[in-house]
Design a protein around this ligand. Sequence first.
Ligand code: HEC
Length: 167
Amino acid sequence: MKVGLVKTAAIATMTAILATCGGATLAADTPTAKQLERGRYMAITGGCNDCHTAGFGPNEGKIPEQDWLLGSGPLGFNGPWGTTYASNLRLLIAGMSEYDWVKLAKTLKTRPPMPWFNVNKWREGDMRAFYQYVKSLGAAGQPALAYLPPDKAPNPPFVQWPSPPKQ
Ligand code: HEC
């Protein structure tokens, strides 16, 4: 009985130590190589570069990694919503905590053509990995151009989005 109690106490202490050492606090500060690789994988397969990295599509993805996710640059996305510019995710993420990023990713809602509804459905581990990966690239570039309402004509270049089909 006594031995049993000591054992239980030892296990409880070990669990507490493990929770502090291997838990979220440490992981948030020091990403593992595996986590960075997972974040990079999410950026590529999530298609984030397609809009958030200038020239990514036309160059068949051959843009140096240090220039990834700096925003769509002068390229606007024009449609019934007005004109949007894909944000500089490097500046955004450098300026926020991992906790705030996860909160944002879960509730994100923007104007088109950003597929925010897909990001909302990422697993939390993917959101954290993406944060760590983008943060590891470092803050760089300029903030995106400001959104233009539908009655303001954008300067070229811009992608002209069709109106949704009439039902
Ligand atoms: C089809 C183009 C497109 C794709 C693909 C895309 N984005 Fe976006 N994204 C945009 C545009 C345009 C905006 C700006 C929307 C606005 O102004 O309302 C934006 C905005 C955002 C924002 C809000 C930034 C802020 O400053 O609040 C986040 C976060 C974001 N995108 C993350 C992602 C991630 C992560 C991926 C990959 C999974 C991704 N985007 C893929 C076009 C895209």
